[in-house]
Each structure stands twice: as C-alpha cells, then as structure tokens.
Design a protein around this ligand. Structure first.
Ligand SMILES: Cc1ncc(COP(=O)(O)O)c(C=O)c1O
Length: 324
C-alpha cells in the first residue's frame, strides 16, 4: 500500500506515535524561534531488486551531530550514537512498511514551553514525507536573488537549523514571484554560493567548479558525493569562489541537494547557460541516480539497504540510552 502521511507513524520524544498526535505547543521555543536542527535523507526504492536504499546515513549522522554541537544541543549527542541513529531511521521505515521512494526527516528541537529564546533541553524525532521531484531535473530557469546568504558568524550556513530557512523562504518566494523556478544566492561578498536550498556547481572548459566549504555554504551531502563521483570519473574538480559574472559565462550549471538531487540549470537571469549542451551535468546526474538506486556496486557502501523481509521481521529494539 502506498505511504499515507496522515496514517503514518513517527518517532517522537523516544517513542512511536501517530503522525496526527505529534504536536508542539504555540509557546514551544522551537515553534517561536526556529530552534530546530534537522537533516533530510532520501530512501530510494529499487523495484527491480525490491530493495530500499537509504543514502549516506553516516554522513547525515555526522552533519546532524555537528549541527547539534554548533547549536549547543546536548541531548541528541548524549542519547544517539551512530548505531542508535541508524537503527531509529531503520525502525521508522519498518514501522511504516516503506516500499517506495521516501524522504526521511530526522530532527532535534528545543522542547520547552517558555518565552526566552534560550537553548534548553532538546528532544529528537523522525518523520517520513512523500517527496517527489522538489524541482525539475533539467531546464531550471534561475534568477540571482536580491537576498544574500547569511554569514557564518550570524546564522551559520554550516548548521542545518530551522531559523536559517527564513533566508531560503524569502529567496524562493522572490524567484517564484518573478516567474523563475529557483534562485542562485550570493553571499555578502558577491560570490555565487548556493541555490535556495541546494549547492552550486558550474562547468568551465570541462572542469567542475564549486564554492569551498568556507564560502558560507551548507556542506551538502549531495555536493560531497558529486565531487567524489567526478574525481572517480576523471573530471577535474576545483573548490574556489565563483563570481556572479561567471554564472553567465559558464558552459554548464547545476544544483545539488537531497530534495533537488542533480538539477540542471538552463538559464540565469534569462541568459541561456552555455550552448544548451549539458554533457558533464548529464553524466553526473545519471551516475548519481544509478548510485542512489543501488545499481552501481562500486558505491554500495554509501547505501544502507533494507529488504521487505527485514521490515517484516519487525523493528529491532533501539540500543539502550547511554546514562546521563
Ligand atoms: C541551504 C542548503 N544548501 C545545500 C543543501 C544541499 O544539502 P544536501 O545535499 O545534504 O541535501 C541544502 C539541502 O539540504 C540546503 O538547504
């Protein structure tokens, strides 16, 4: 049976409950102030082999932990080892009998009802969401946003934290209002750094160029994967700043993200990208897809693979909580 959000189960405050019963108060600090660390993970259903492949769980755990450290969230690092996190994700998929593509949303949030935006005790949860294509995989028409990306010492782009997505929401709103599909965002120094919720790559003379980690970007897991794939394919990769004007000179441009996957840009501010040939982007896009669905054994260790049989055996108990 297809996944039904309204009848799904979520892992919430250390137990499985009905999605419809997972609530927070209007005076919950996270609701009021965006104190919500999260990640988004795709699980991809391979109908041929009848296997569900969860993409790069180790990387998601590491980034989640780093976000918690930066945000001074203390409970998640205390309660969730890598193994326990992975088990919680597997159990959530098992509780919902997932046999299709699904988006997994682990989150930690300040679970306290009071007025001051202070960093008190955090609680953890995982929900599932039926996400198809977030944006088209090719032909994206982008603008360069009038909003700039926040700086590391204000709201750090290194942290995947709810409050930072005010910037994303305004950027995306403006792009759509102006008739574009997506936006490319500059940082305060005028460098092109990201999409509204994606990392940015350009191709010039056969070389893949993407802004470095220190350029006010989120360290995207898709970005890291694309860099690794390109290097394996012998495609040169440069991590360096990208000037706005280079966007209009690039041979190819694409965006990467868990939601967007590899999405090829066809124009920026109504200037057509390159000559309309996207050979490097298409090669990366098709390899990325092949890997994500478990068709490429070379990258098997990027995937946590679950079979229907392991669902039916029931969820494994979560490892006991470590002592406080
Ligand atoms: C601001 C921002 N940059 C980049 C990304 C891409 O990161 P990832 O590939 O880990 O999904 C996302 C999406 O999560 C994002 O929100």
């Amino acid at each position: 049976m297809a996944f039904d959000l309204n009848n799904s189960k979520v892992w919430f405050r250390e137990q499985f409950i009905d999605y419809k019963d997972a609530h927070v108060s209007i005076f919950n600090k996270t609701f009021m102030y965006g104190l919500y660390v999260f990640t988004g993970i795709r699980a991809n259903w391979n109908a041929e082999t009848r296997e569900l492949h969860v993409f790069r769980l180790d990387e998601h755990y590491k980034r989640f932990l780093h976000s918690c450290r930066i945000m001074r969230f203390k409970q998640f690092p205390k309660l969730y080892t890598r193994e326990r996190f992975i088990q919680a994700v597997k159990n959530t998929l098992g509780e919902n009998n997932i046999y299709e593509d699904i988006y997994i949303r682990p989150f930690s949030f300040i679970d306290v009802e009071a007025m001051a935006p202070t960093l008190d005790e955090d609680a953890f949860g995982i929900g599932l969401y039926p996400m198809g294509n977030y944006v088209a995989d090719k032909g994206l028409r982008c603008n360069v946003s009038s909003y700039t990306r926040t700086e590391d010492n204000a709201i750090s782009p290194h942290v995947k934290v709810g409050g930072a997505y005010v910037n994303t929401a305004l950027t995306k709103y403006e792009a759509v209002r102006l008739g574009y599909d997506e936006a490319i965002v500059l940082d305060a120094h005028g460098h092109a750094v990201e999409g509204s919720a994606e990392n940015l790559f350009i191709v010039r003379d056969g070389t893949l160029i993407t802004p470095p980690v220190s350029a006010n970007i989120l360290e995207g897991i898709s970005r890291k994967s694309v860099i690794e794939i390109a290097k394996d394919e012998g495609i040169p990769v440069l991590e360096r700043n990208i000037d706005r004007s280079e966007l209009y000179k690039a041979d190819e441009v694409f965006l990467t993200g868990t939601a967007a996957r590899v999405a090829i840009v066809s124009s920026i501010d109504d200037v057509e990208v390159g000559n309309g040939q996207y050979n490097v982007s298409e090669r990366i896009q098709s390899l990325f897809k092949e890997i994500a669905y478990g068709f490429n054994p070379k990258y098997q260790d990027w995937l946590t693979t679950i079979t229907p049989a392991s669902h039916q055996e029931g969820s494994d108990p979560l490892h006991p909580l470590s002592p406080n």
